[in-house]
Design a protein around this ligand. Structure first.
Ligand code: ZN
Length: 138
């Protein structure tokens, strides 16, 4: 069995920002040489998410509004977690959006549905953060 580990780094200019990482994950699969297997993609931070959905800008704005209704960023004082930090909302949003995805690799390609794309969702940005890509198979 082959195994390949890679980190993808991000630096969001905004507090919240979406990145389509599908091409970068496919490139990691190509580099791994794995033709049949699985790829795990997970955020290595507790205020960021990795999820799969449509690359459609209206939907992305809907996520932003929906998450702000569930866990509004402000006022910061509404959260017990916020004292020395101001990112309680980001922790909560990450819980809803999820930590990781697993995608099948078939014939060396990501075996995604027709509209499925892999996203990194930065929820507390303006600093360097990373995503782990772990590939196993043969
Ligand atoms: Zn925190």
């Amino acid at each position: 069995m082959k195994s390949h580990r890679q980190e993808l780094w991000f630096h969001a200019e905004k507090r919240r920002q979406l990145f389509n990482v599908t091409a970068r994950v496919q490139a990691a699969v190509a580099e791994s040489g794995v033709r049949e297997g699985l790829v795990l993609v997970n955020a290595m931070h507790i205020t960021a998410s990795v999820f799969i959905n449509d690359d459609e800008s209206g939907l992305h704005r809907d996520y932003e509004r929906w998450l702000e209704r569930l866990a509004p960023e402000k006022p910061y004082s509404q959260y017990e977690h916020n004292g020395s930090e101001d990112n309680a909302d980001a922790h909560l949003k990450r819980t809803i959006m999820g930590r990781e995805v697993v995608v099948a690799i078939t014939a060396g390609k990501l075996d995604l549905g027709p509209w499925e794309q892999i996203f990194y969702y930065e929820l507390d940005g303006k600093r360097d953060k990373r995503v782990l890509v772990k590939i196993i198979g043969e």
